[in-house]
Design a protein around this ligand. Structure first.
Ligand code: CTP
Length: 405
């Protein structure tokens, strides 16, 4: 999803950093639009680094891309957090003297505001009248919460917690898409994500570059669409996992064998299993009890590896009637060769769907975006998707829904 986060000049802006990180963690593309005053609280480098997108406050920068309206036009969701009394007044009046103002006027997406100000300002009739106007225009309001304020006083005016704002904002969008909102309701799904690590000795392992972002986006999308979700997570950063709400059960594992046990256990009662994890194909034949040292190994070290069980192939071979098994494949080939490899892999593993993406030294990892092709049992391309990891996740679930019909 394309999310614009407007940040206005309040101390609570520092909490919005967590909101942006959570949205990124769930695979959304986030563009932060601060006001000039907001930059006095949290600077531009912070917003650019965490959103991985350029940040400007002015309508006179990046004019060639018509940025003053394009962000609003492209947005699927606009969140303003914190929303100061001043910004809420400007919104009610439709003022557009900065990039946030023009963006808000140019958008038809749901708008969610999280007010933050002192109690007196919140209770002032001018603010309350502005809130009434905004609500009557369909703006969603989260908070403010009641509690300690910056001046040492206490009362309504605190910005709601970032997770609460994210949950409410994402629920607004889900509710706005009734067509596909709950098409996984009643289904139990298992998603594996991250990368396994195979220990060599107490301090070293063989691992891979998977961040788990795509798998987390799949889990969140499934929960949003009504499924009961178990995520089997291998070495996923707290920052990425932090995006998960309590609607997803998380089981943490380390090695391929641990992943097999956890996934097999969860799959025994699941309708759909999606193996998005990067599982090590091989593990060291023996794990050294103590650290391997140069003293004992000399100038050459040979590792003997043994094959790990193919978890997804095992699940497919023992699948229950009506169970859908989905595998992923990251390939370094491209074009027709990529598709041919994908078809062969789907057949070899006997899975219902295979989601393939192209990877390389500089492609496919640590980015918010992804590009995939989904192959079905007939070997046909069932879906093609590119965009944020959430968009790709929704395309995969669309293909699962079609395959189960
Ligand atoms: N997978 C698995 N168990 C393994 C290895 C991989 O379940 N031991 C799953 C992954 O979760 C993913 C798919 O299989 O869904 C990826 O398989 P991949 O490693 O690409 O296939 P391989 O059969 O190992 O083929 P290759 O030789 O191309 O690596």
């Amino acid at each position: 999803m394309f999310v614009v986060v407007g940040v206005t000049g309040g101390i609570a802006a520092y909490k919005t950093v967590h909101l942006v990180r959570r949205l990124i963690g769930e695979g959304h593309e986030v563009h932060v639009v601060p006001t000039e005053d907001a930059l006095r609280f949290v600077g531009k480098p912070t917003w650019e680094a965490i959103s991985r997108n350029p940040v400007t406050t002015s309508v006179h920068e990046d004019v060639a891309t018509v940025r003053h309206v394009s962000l609003g036009q492209r947005a699927d969701l606009v969140i303003v957090a914190p929303a100061t009394a001043n910004t809420l007044a400007k919104m009610a009046a439709g003022l557009a003297d900065d990039l946030l103002g023009t963006t808000l006027l140019a958008t038809t997406a749901p708008v969610v505001v999280a007010p933050a100000m002192h109690t007196e300002m919140w209770r002032h009739l001018a603010t309350q009248e502005n809130m009434r106007v905004l609500r009557s225009r369909g703006v969603h309001v989260v908070g403010p919460a009641d509690g300690p304020l910056t001046g040492g006083d206490s009362g309504p005016g605190r910005m709601s917690e970032p997770d609460e704002i994210a949950d409410a904002a994402l629920a607004v969008v889900t509710a706005a898409e009734p067509g596909r909102a709950q098409d996984l309701a009643g289904l139990r799904v298992v998603v594996s994500a991250g990368g396994t690590r195979e220990p060599l000795d107490p301090v070293r392992f063989l691992g891979n570059r998977s961040s788990g972002r795509q798998g987390v986006a799949l889990a969140v999308a499934a929960a949003d669409r009504g499924a009961e979700v178990t995520l089997v997570a291998a070495h996923i950063d707290g920052e990425v996992l932090g995006g998960l709400s309590d609607r997803v059960r998380v089981v943490s594992v380390g090695t391929a064998l641990e992943m097999r046990d956890a996934v097999t256990d969860a799959a025994s009662v699941a309708d759909v299993v999606v193996m998005a994890a990067a599982v090590a194909d091989y593990r060291p034949a023996a794990v050294a009890e103590s650290k391997l040292t140069k003293e004992t190994q000399g100038d050459r070290l040979t590792l003997e590896l043994v094959e790990n069980p193919d978890i997804v192939a095992g699940l497919a071979a023992g699948r229950m009637p009506g169970q859908t098994i989905v595998a992923f494949a990251a390939e370094t080939s491209s074009g027709d060769e990529l598709l041919e490899r994908a078809r062969r892999k789907r057949e070899r593993k006997d899975v219902d769907l295979l989601v393939v993406n192209e990877v390389g030294w500089t492609r496919g990892f640590e980015s918010a975006d992804n590009e995939v092709v989904v192959i079905d049992r007939s070997g046909e391309v069932a879906a093609q998707a590119s965009g944020s990891k959430r968009e790709v996740a929704d395309a995969v679930w669309d293909a699962v829904v079609t395959a189960r019909r």
